[in-house]
Write a protein that binds this ligand. Structure first.
Ligand code: ADP
Ligand code: MG
Length: 307
């Protein structure tokens, strides 16, 4: 569809993050609904370059079913508006709604989708995502899981030229991105593999692994100095535990790349196994609409009038 901003009406806000707000909008003439992300143009040349790069990638990534589709964008004097396929929810919010760990079979499907998306970005567009975290993993009404937000992704080819890049959510940064060596400024796609590992541990246990740290600095110190998080417990399969521990190798040279990870038993199993993600999603979303059973009824006490 060819359209203008004037034909779009905002229905509600879907969420907000570091870069701006995301709105649910309707294209008035057709009734077509979409998600529109508003990003401020900062006036900082570097930042604007990044936004344009972001737009280029999302626009090019039409033919990967594991990536949230970009439908087009508008640029005004102060903002960029990116129109995207409307998704149901992100995993950050889903985890909170669910009030507990996400089942392993759902995470199996998530892993397959995200690995395919990351591998596609690398192979077809030479891109590292650099901001893998639960809020950038979205799910649609059909239960299909997709990756979004290339806000800070850059071309691998140009990554040598990039100076220390301290964007990206600190909590999901890999050790080599924290302990960055200016004489050897290249880090590769395996930084995203680490972030995926942290994301999976958080979703599988229901808790962010470095939650006891009181500041971003402490989190980064902890990532560097302590043993990587591990999945413990009989509720997790051995193949899931093994997949996570390969993602969370602190030494980047020991951390596998996508070609190896895609052949891992856990990934192979969930590529071939059907999981009813749609029904699971529906059951979690129902929790949102149901009144809480443990909440007490509100009693309104009326003071008697004393005459
Ligand atoms: P962040 O990823 O840092 O949380 P964003 O600005 O990228 O911030 O996104 C804010 C929120 O908007 C996300 O957490 C997600 O819930 C929601 N959102 C983003 N894109 C979409 C989309 N295409 N469809 C539905 N919701 C979305
Ligand atoms: Mg995001």
């Amino acid at each position: 569809i060819r359209t203008t901003m004037n034909e779009l009406n905002s229905l509600c806000e879907l969420g907000s993050g570091t870069c701006g707000h995301v709105y649910k909008m309707i294209h008035q003439p057709t009734g077509f609904e979409m998600a529109v992300k508003q990003m401020c143009i900062s006036g900082i040349v570097e930042e604007n370059k990044r936004i344009i790069m972001d737009l280029d990638v999302v626009a090019k990534s039409h033919n990967c079913k594991y990536i949230v589709k970009c439908l087009g964008y508008f640029i005004s004097e102060s903002d960029v508006w990116i129109c995207m396929e409307l998704m149901s929810m992100c995993f950050d919010k889903l985890l909170k709604l669910n009030k507990g760990p996400i089942p392993e079979n759902i995470l199996g499907k998530l892993t397959v989708s995200i690995l395919q998306a990351l591998n596609y970005l690398k192979e077809k567009h030479s891109i590292i995502h650099r901001d893998i975290k639960p809020s950038n993993i979205l799910i649609d009404e059909n239960g299909d899981i997709k990756l979004c937000d290339f806000g800070i992704s850059g071309n691998l080819i140009n990554s040598k030229a990039l100076s220390r890049n301290n964007t990206g959510c600190a909590g999901y940064l890999s050790p080599e991105r924290i302990d960055y060596d200016p004489n050897n400024p290249v880090y590769d796609i395996r930084a995203d593999v680490w972030s995926l590992g942290i994301t999976l541990v958080e979703l599988a246990t229901g808790e962010y692994p470095y939650r006891n740290c009181s500041s971003e600095f402490e989190v980064m110190t902890c990532i560097l100095s302590s043993e990587p998080p591990v999945l413990i417990g009989d509720q997790f399969s051995e193949m899931f535990k093994s997949f996570i521990s390969s993602c969370l190798k602190k030494d980047v040279s020991k951390r596998p790349k996508y070609n190896v990870l895609l052949k891992h038993e856990f990934v192979k199993y969930y590529s071939e196994t059907e999981v009813d993600v749609k029904s699971w999603l529906r059951s979690v979303l129902e929790k949102k609409n149901k009144p809480q059973t443990d909440s007490k009824p509100i009693v309104i006490e009326v003071e008697e009038k004393q005459n």
